[in-house]
Design a protein around this ligand. Structure first.
Ligand code: 6R9
Length: 663
């Protein structure tokens, strides 16, 4: 590291608040700080501002109908079509030649869809779906990797009013069947395969295995041919159709977008709960689309001219809201990348940013920590000067990773928005408005305008700034889930029961509980500490595992850490830390001592790890979230829970052996 760099690192380490540049603020979509008050004073009418970003076929009568909480309805009486808003209106407004989707395959092949191209293919596929028998309100399951046909299929479904149900391609056959069964879905769009780290992967085989377990039978399956000659030579079965053949048959067919009621379902997305069956989160056409579009405009600062890249997978809510619906509703160019960030080299992401002159980049802390581990020479070798704004989502980001991102990717020029939200919230809830607020690394920021969030104790009373408590949301918002599919009871018990008076029909008595722990500072900035089951209690003190992790990751030589609570005779729970070292650093007593010191310095001796276990990897779900529950099992010497949803199940045994050797 050059001398100048060290000084810069030291200065950044000291700084805990960052201002957006004047240049950024001057051009920001939202830069007036009155917006918070305006929303508060005019609530819920303020949400017209979100709805106004869309074209409605029928004006809505009422912004919010809260007569039957927690079954809120938004923009009631309004009618619109999501596909029309994401595609047709841009074609009609003279932007038909603007690029809608820039797709890059893992091997470097590219495809560019203008809004006109998108219009044509979406219409043809919508016509094909109709011919296959798909009717309005039929749920169509999309089990597809990051190919352009995935957003095309989503928009085609939206066009004909058939809710989509995207299942992440990395999920197992069993997961596919569970979700198709739960959603009563008789139609499937899938893919022959895709590439991962250069090798073709057989997806159709897995699909077929899943289809065998669908209870109610499947009317039709459409298969995208991604692999061509690299394919695995499967023959399509009787009710399986080739995507290209279907489009050829349609040859320029047009399908009128169906007028959907604002409250009609746009899509279902299954997300895992703490136990048992996945939860089918239901999102609607008017509220969800308004909210995804509004937050893309206000937080991501997307303008029509922008090339915007969110590196998530469309199989997750982030990809739905912020690769597909938000950016396309705004008429911008959205980048899609098929592959892994280190293929063929560790500069792949920065290569893409440079190549397409990406203006806005949105990724996850887990990715940032990997970039950090690989080293700053990779981004340094590319021209990233096109970037204007950076974002993160998915888990808390520790200040050290935040600052690395700010410095090495953003060149200290780009605001970083740390966005807290969930599958259930449809869009961002807590984050800084980048043209209005300063940033505080490690804290997501204040609730967005119109969002009423509080940190409370177990009785629902607000806790003092600085104290850990539970995050709650006290007013509804347009992007919220409407229910869990076919399960209103579970909707109430999962999200509302904890802090609401469930006998009341006064909306003020209803409080949404996202199951996250958090704390707030004097400026109303919220630091999300993680899922409440990740909060551990050491000698009566509540400690966020994320807080401890952040302290550990702040230690020189540590790349990544996961902390869990293990049973302890005296303390109740004790801190167990699993640590990955940064390349070039040695595991051992020296680093262990520095980690313990780092934690004691940052939080206090109460958080001192009982055990520090070095490991080459952490057990992660396919979406990149650390599976802390398994690490808890290891710490407790308990029988290991289910490892089938892990990306790297083999690592758990390795960690277990190390823990045993150490204790
Ligand atoms: C969008 C998404 C939701 C859970 C959420 C929380 C965690 C997401 C975060 C964050 C701290 C952030 N989370 N963003 N925690 N800071 N900026 O990730 O949805 O997959 O449903 O996960 O992720 O724990 O409750 P989802």
């Amino acid at each position: 590291m050059a001398q100048g760099d060290t000084e810069l690192e030291a200065r950044l380490e000291e700084q805990d608040e960052f201002e957006p540049s004047e240049e950024f603020v001057a051009q920001a979509n939202v830069s007036d700080s009155d917006i918070y008050d305006e929303f508060e004073e005019n609530w819920p009418v303020c949400w017209e501002r979100a709805a106004d970003l869309l074209d409605w076929d029928e004006e809505y009568d009422e912004v919010l109908d809260d007569s039957n909480p927690p079954f809120y309805e938004w923009f009631t009486g309004g009618e619109l079509n999501a596909c029309y808003n994401c595609v047709d209106r841009h074609v009609e407004n003279g932007d038909k030649n603007r690029v809608a989707i820039k797709w890059e395959g893992e091997h470097g092949e590219t495809r560019t869809y203008t809004y006109q191209d998108l219009y044509r293919e979406v219409n043809e596929f919508a016509a094909a779906l109709r011919d296959l028998g798909v009717e309005e309100d039929d749920v169509v399951t999309l089990y597809m990797p990051m190919v352009p046909e995935l957003p095309i299929a989503m928009l085609a479904c939206a066009r004909i009013g058939a809710p989509h149900n995207v299942v992440f391609a990395g999920f197992s056959a069993e997961a596919l069947a569970t979700r198709m069964n739960a959603a009563d879905s008789r139609f499937l769009v899938t893919c022959d395969g895709y590439y991962r780290r250069g090798d073709p992967l057989d997806h159709l085989d897995k699909t077929n295995e899943g289809l065998d377990s669908v209870d109610h039978g499947v009317d039709a399956t459409v298969v995208v041919d991604r692999l061509g000659d690299d394919g695995f030579g499967h023959d399509l079965k009787g009710n399986q159709h080739d995507w290209d053949d279907l489009l050829d048959e349609q040859g320029g067919e047009r399908v009128e977008p169906v007028e959907r009621d604002a409250e009609d379902m746009l899509f279902l997305m299954y997300t895992s709960g703490t136990t048992g069956q996945p939860k089918g989160v239901k999102h609607t056409t008017g509220g969800y689309l308004s909210y995804a579009t509004w937050t893309s405009h206000a937080v991501l600062d997307i303008e029509q001219e922008d090339t915007y890249w969110c590196s998530a997978d469309i199989g997750w809510i982030t990809g739905h809201s912020y690769i597909v619906y938000g950016p396309l509703a705004l008429g911008s160019t959205t980048v899609m990348y098929e592959g892994t960030p280190d293929f063929p080299n560790r500069d792949r992401m920065w290569d893409i940013v440079e190549k397409y002159a990406v203006d806005i980049f949105y990724t996850a802390p887990t990715a940032i920590r990997a970039f950090m581990k690989w080293g700053s020479k990779y981004p340094a070798s590319r021209d990233l000067s096109s970037l204007r704004l950076l974002g993160t989502v998915g888990e808390p980001i520790n200040p050290r990773a935040w600052k690395w991102y700010y410095e090495h990717i953003g060149n200290e020029d780009c605001p970083v928005v740390d966005t807290w939200w969930q599958t259930e919230t449809g869009g961002m809830m807590i984050t800084t408005l980048p043209g209005v607020k300063n940033m505080k690394p490690g804290s997501a920021g204040p609730p967005l305008p119109g969002i009423d969030a509080q940190i409370v104790d177990t009785n629902g009373d607000e806790v003092k700034p600085g104290r850990a408590g539970y995050l709650t949301v006290n007013k509804p918002w347009p992007g919220m889930l409407r229910t869990l599919y076919n399960n209103d009871e579970r909707y109430i018990s999962e999200y509302w029961e904890e802090y609401s008076d469930t006998d009341s029909d006064d909306p003020d008595d209803w409080v949404y509980f996202p199951e996250d722990g958090a704390k707030v500072d004097e400026d109303d900035y919220i630091t999300v500490l993680g899922r409440v089951d990740d909060v551990i209690n050491v000698s009566g003190h509540r400690l966020g595992t994320m807080e401890i992790e952040s302290a550990i990751v702040g230690v020189e030589g540590v790349a990544e850490a996961a902390v869990v609570g293990g049973n302890h005779e005296v303390k109740g729970e004790a801190v167990y830390a699993y640590v990955i070292t940064e390349d070039g650093y040695e595991e051992g007593d020296d680093l262990r001592a520095r980690i313990i010191e780092g934690v004691e310095d940052a939080i206090g001796p109460i958080a001192r790890p009982e055990q520090v276990v070095f490991t080459p990897e952490l057990p992660k779900t396919r979406s990149g979230k650390i599976m802390r529950r398994l690490l808890e099992d290891v710490a407790n010497g308990a029988e290991l829970g289910n490892t089938s949803t892990l990306r790297n199940p083999e690592i758990v045994g390795e960690i277990e052996a190390k823990v045993r050797a150490q204790s």
